[in-house]
Design a protein around this ligand. Structure first.
Ligand code: NAP
Length: 300
């Protein structure tokens, strides 16, 4: 299952997995978007086994309803691969979701956290099972501010709110692996970031209001250091399928500043490896979402 598979990196990853014969649950925010993504994949892989679904990660009711449908979809079978890919970047002004959480933190982190917890028991503890979380190189600039998780104290679209949400993804991915290992589970928690890939991400969030610094940065970097979405999907595919991927492995592009290139182990900052911070964030995320990982929560 891949979230955000109707666009960009998620769609490219779904296309490649479909080519390899995977049966994929493909949720989008609307049925029309899911069906359109499926039609585009089937144009290249006519026999692709794809299941359209509806999921809004910024709405915890939607996450619960979706997870319930998925859990009941294949009774007795395992969900082999969960890829938490969907995201939104640099929403110009602070927006709140229906649950009252800041949109980027809710979409990029709290929704995927709750979804992973709710689907965790559908993923059989067997070799090959993986949970992949897509972070960002921008997470290196991020800071988890427990008194500002919802950007209530200060909001800056990219380097604070987006960076915090993507650091939270990486902190979660690392902590999930620690807890899986403590439980003796063979399920892998791996992570990836795509470098700088040209997708809808750069325009959907900011809309017409791309901040000047971001526009300037993109103007300089785009011709030199960006890649297409298909190449941007490679670290995700590596984290999802490579036999060489290690427990807790985090992968990104090999080139300058990890912006483009083929997948290699990516830099993980000290903040992303901070165990005390990870445990506090986990507990806070369970409180905010009202969703628990059960036995895995006690494995800290
Ligand atoms: N592209 C890059 O250079 C880059 C760099 C670093 C990290 N990333 C990460 O890579 C991931 C994929 O991004 P992308 O570049 O492929 O961007 P994209 O083309 O904009 O795709 C993002 C996907 O997430 C979905 N999404 C957004 N809000 C959602 C919500 N509330 N509920 C469910 N789905 C939602 C979008 O659906 P809609 O079509 O409905 O909006 C879309 O399918 C993100 O996590 C992003 O942070 C990308």
């Amino acid at each position: 299952m891949i979230t955000g598979a109707n666009s960009g990196i998620g769609w490219e990853a779904a296309l490649e997995l479909a080519r390899q014969g995977a049966e994929i649950i493909l949720p989008a925010r609307t049925e029309a978007k899911a069906n359109d993504a499926i039609a585009r994949i089937r144009a290249q892989v006519p026999n692709a086994k794809l299941i359209p679904e509806i999921l809004d990660l910024a709405d915890l009711n939607s996450v619960h309803a979706f997870a319930k449908r998925v859990a009941e979809m294949f009774p007795g079978q395992s969900l082999d691969l969960l890829i938490n890919n969907a995201g939104v970047m640099a929403v110009p002004t602070r927006e709140l979701t229906v649950d009252g959480y800041e949109r980027q933190f809710a979409t990029n982190y709290l929704g995927p956290f709750a979804l992973t917890a709710l689907l965790f028991w559908s993923i059989k503890p067997q070799p090959g099972s993986r949970i992949v979380t897509v972070s960002s190189g921008v997470s290196n600039q991020g800071k988890i501010e427990f008194d500002n998780l919802q950007s209530q104290r200060r909001y800056s679209p990219m380097w604070q709110a987006y960076a915090q949400s993507k650091l939270a993804d990486l902190v979660f991915q690392q902590e999930l692996q620690r807890r899986l290992t403590a439980m003796g589970s063979p399920i892998l928690s791996t992570g990836a970031h795509p470098g700088y890939a040209i997708t809808n991400l750069q325009t959907t969030g900011p809309g017409e209001n791309v901040p000047f610094l971001m526009r300037f940065g993109m103007m300089i970097l785009k011709p030199l250091a960006s890649q297409d979405a298909a190449h941007g999907a490679l670290p995700t595919l590596y984290a999802a399928t490579a036999p060489e991927a290690t427990p807790g492995g985090y992968y990104g592009p090999s080139g300058f500043q990890e912006l483009k290139g083929y997948p290699v182990p990516a830099k993980i900052t000290a903040a992303a490896k901070d165990v005390a911070l990870a445990q506090r964030l986990w507990a806070e995320s369970e409180r905010l979402t009202g969703v628990s990982f059960g036995a895995l929560s006690d494995a800290a």
